[in-house]
Write a protein of this length. Sequence first.
Length: 288
Amino acid sequence: MLKGIRTMKYVRLIAFILLYLAVYFIVSNYISVLFIVLSLIKELVKNPAALFDEALHDKINLEIMYDYIGSSIWFMVAAAVISFPIYALILRLRKKRITKFCEFHRISFRHVAITALMGISLNFIVEYFVSVTSLDDLSPYVEQILNQIFDNNDFLAILISIGIVGPFIEEVIFRGLILNELRQNMPVVPAVIIQAILFGVYHGNLTQGIYATFLGIVLGLVCIKMNSIWAPVIIHMFFNSTSTVLGKLVDPQIFVRYQYLMLFGSVVLFIATSVMTWRDNERVMGTE
C-alpha cells in the first residue's frame, strides 16, 4: 500500500513537470509553425509559379527560414506572454497561486546587487570555459543561428527578448515551477540536480546544455538560499544581458587582449558574491 502511494506520488510529480515543459514548448512551436505557414502563403500569393517551379520554391523556403531565425526572438517573447497566464491558471486549478508557489518574494537592494554581479561574473567564466575547451564545436550551428539573430535585430530588441523576457520565463519554469514541485517530493540536493539537468536538456544542444546544467545548479541553490525566484531571475538576466551588451557594443579584440585579467576578476567576483550569499544571515521574506 505504502509503495503504491509512493509510486503515485512520483507519477504525479513527473506528470506536472512534463506539463510545465510542454506548455512553453507547444506555445513556442505553435507560434513558429503559424509564422512559417503564413509566410509561405504570403510568398505563394506573390509568386504562384513557385508551386510548379522547384528552384523558386526552394529559394522561397530559404528566405522564410532566414526570416524565421531573425524573428525568433519575438516568438520567445510572445510564447512567454502567452505561457505565463497558462501556468497561473494551472496552479489556480490546483488551488495555488503562482506568486506563492514560485516564491515571488521581494529581495533587498543588497541582494539585487549581489545577484547582478554574480550573473556578470558567471558570464565571463562560462564564455572563457567554452572558448578554451572549444565546447562550441559540439554544436557549430548554434553560433551561426545566434550570429544571424544578432545581425538581424537591433540592440534593444535583443536586450528585451534574450536579456529580460527569456530569462524571466525560464526561471519561472525551472526555478519556480519545476524546482518547487521537486522540493515538495524529495530532498533539496536531488531536486536541484534534476532541475539543472532538465534545464540543460531544454536548450537542445550539447554546447549550451553542458554549461546550462552548471548554471542551473547555481541558480537553484541561490533561489533556495535567498528564498525568492527574483534572485535567479536577476542572475540569469545579467548573465544573458552581459553577452548582449558586450556583443553589440564592445570590440571582440578587447576580450582577447585582456582575457586572463577578466577571467581572474570574474572568478574573484563570483567567489566573493557566493560567499556573501551563503554567509548572509538575513532571511529574505517579502510580500507576494
